[in-house]
Design a protein around this ligand. Structure first.
Ligand SMILES: C[S@@+](CC[C@H](N)C(=O)[O-])C[C@H]1O[C@@H](n2cnc3c(N)ncnc32)[C@H](O)[C@@H]1O
Length: 249
């Protein structure tokens, strides 16, 4: 999986965020090089992002994301039929939006570094219920073939732990598009046993075929949840993630 840079506007659409939602304390996990915290901060939202890369090479993420965006532009322009264009319109607008988001991230990271916290699922560095609303874009479910059910379960339990009201996750389909993650019902049943109700909601956004749904976890009535043991396997690293690295870049 690569570090990507979705925009604040994409987050609003992917997670059906209302003005009321944006008055809450919000966590973006994983933040990557997304423009959500920058855009949310500009409108006064108390938002924080967490990502393991902030502890490694946070200052380089925006540049690496820009290289990935250029790489992806070539793929998207060559194969527009693999994507849904109802939201972006065309490949050029898609690329411009992502590049602007990466730049907004870089500028905000320099100006407000305390908003970007190093941390990794399944053990986030936040107390229970530290955020009202937790958003999780393009990590779980979309790489489901690599992670397996245990990794998903531990990650969901941890996201629920730090959320006081809700966790919203998007997309529910693989990063190539297609059908919902096959283990979704089992994960929802597991959470329901601990008082975490969940629902699927259609959203007014899609880029991956089939990617027009989010999962909402209602944390208000949660009971005790079994956290991952200290040595639990985190989301595995991906060897292609730094394909855009250049010396000194
Ligand atoms: C495809 S990007 C998504 C970034 C952003 N949410 C977006 O939509 O543009 C996936 C991110 O997951 C992060 N990641 C990888 N392992 C993680 C873990 N164990 N916990 C939290 N984030 C992780 C990566 O560093 C990367 O930034």
């Amino acid at each position: 999986m690569l570090v990507s840079a979705r925009s604040f506007a994409e987050y609003r659409a992917m997670f059906a965020l209302t003005d009321d939602d944006l008055a809450l304390r919000v966590l973006d996990c994983p933040g990557g090089a997304a423009g959500f915290v920058a855009g949310a901060g500009a409108r006064g939202t108390d938002a924080v992002a967490v990502d393991p890369e902030y502890g490694r090479e946070g200052h380089r993420l925006g540049g690496l994301a820009l290289r990935e965006i250029a790489h992806k532009h070539a793929e998207v322009a060559a194969h527009p039929e693999r994507f849904v264009w109802s939201w972006f319109g065309d490949p050029d607008r898609y690329t411009r939006s992502r590049a602007e988001a990466a730049r907004a991230f870089t500028a905000d990271l320099a100006r407000r570094p305390h908003r970007y916290v190093a941390g990794a699922l399944p053990h986030l560095p936040f107390r229970d219920g530290a955020f009202d609303l937790v958003l999780s874009s393009h990590l779980l479910f979309c790489y489901g073939d690599r992670f397996g059910e245990r990794v998903h379960r531990d990650a969901l339990v941890e996201l629920v732990r730090v959320a006081r009201r809700e966790v919203r996750l998007y997309p529910l389909v693989p990063h190539t598009g297609g059908r919902r993650y096959a283990g979704l019902d089992g994960l929802r049943a597991h959470l329901a046993q601990s008082g975490v109700d969940s629902r699927l909601e259609r959203v007014d956004y899609a880029f991956l075929p089939g990617g027009d749904e989010m999962l909402v976890l209602d944390c208000g009535g949660r009971g005790p949840l079994a956290a991952a043991p200290p040595g639990a396997r985190a989301v595995p690293d991906d060897p292609v993630r730094w394909r855009h690295r250049v010396p000194g870049g």
